[in-house]
Design a protein around this ligand. Structure first.
Ligand code: ZN
Length: 112
């Protein structure tokens, strides 16, 4: 995502969305606070890309058992999916939540 007014370039999550409709999204540039216009399609493509990156990161973090970071990424993914409505991503988020929250802490193996 790039700001036409000051040339600031950064991840889409840095831009605050001011309005969102079927075709056009108005974002606020974090650098100059100016309005940046983008089409919804473009924004969705950026978000899908970001969601993929985050998902890959999340798998690594969960494998490393870094619950704190995993929760942070899950939160971001949940926010992203509010505009993506991707059922596969939704399922993935739920699975990952389960993996980092064991249902019974007492059933955890101590032999390791
Ligand atoms: Zn700007």
């Amino acid at each position: 995502m790039k700001c036409d007014q000051c040339g600031f370039e950064g991840e889409i999550k840095l831009f605050k969305s001011l309005s969102f409709d079927d075709a056009v999204v108005i974002l606020q540039c974090p650098s100059c606070k100016g309005d940046v216009c983008t089409t919804t399609m473009e924004m969705i493509e950026e978000r899908i890309k970001l969601a993929k990156d985050l998902s890959q990161q999340l798998v690594k973090v969960v494998e490393a058992n870094d619950i704190k970071v995993a929760k942070k990424i899950l939160k971001e993914l949940t926010n992203l999916n509010r505009s993506l409505f991707d059922p596969a991503l939704e399922k993935f988020i739920k699975q990952m939540y389960k993996r980092i929250t064991p249902p019974y802490s007492s059933s955890k193996q101590k032999s390791l």
